[in-house]
Design a protein around this ligand. Structure first.
Ligand code: HEC
Length: 136
């Protein structure tokens, strides 16, 4: 009986530990992005851009999807492609829900993986070329 209770508890622990300890996009954001972009995503303009509203607008331009992955802060985060896709999709839904283009498709792990090797050496230049300069 004691053995079975212990076993049941062990199984319960196994089942719940994943949900309790697995990192969520929000936690990844807080751990790896919020130090610069602030927990609420407003950043410190003009040095660190806000993550609110403009990212959604940018996504009307195809080249700006990979931009989100290729900016150094995103690109260098010590998380795998799936987790990075999760954080970026979370940012888009949490801070840009009102500005996303119609028919917006979430970033996939494969898309993030394909863009990630191409770190942007000059993110502002790329942004200016395909979107527009920072205008705070
Ligand atoms: C060390 C500070 C720092 C960290 C940490 C950081 N960023 Fe950034 N982020 C910046 C700066 C500065 C820019 C402006 C472009 C540049 O100079 O890299 C930027 C730009 C961006 C942009 C483009 C915004 C725009 O309007 O063009 C996105 C998207 C972004 N960061 C996402 C993230 C994500 C996601 C994380 C966490 C995984 C993160 N950043 C972590 C500093 C940081």
């Amino acid at each position: 009986m004691i053995y079975r209770t212990g076993f049941t508890l062990f199984i319960l622990l196994l089942l719940t530990s994943n949900t309790v300890f697995a990192a969520s996009p929000r936690i990844d954001y807080l751990l790896y992005c919020s130090g610069c972009h602030r927990p609420t995503g407003e950043g410190y303009p003009p040095n660190v851009p806000t993550l609110h509203d403009e990212l959604g607008k940018m996504l009307s331009v195809q080249q700006m999807r990979s931009y989100l992955v290729r900016v150094p802060g995103s690109n260098n985060a010590p998380i795998d492609d799936e987790a990075l896709a999760g954080v970026l999709n979370w940012i888009l839904q949490e801070f840009n829900a009102d500005t996303l283009p119609d028919g917006f498709q979430k970033l996939s792990t494969e898309e993030v993986g394909a863009a990630r090797p191409n770190l942007l050496a000059d993110p502002n230049k790329y942004r200016e070329t395909y979107w527009k300069a920072y205008d705070f």
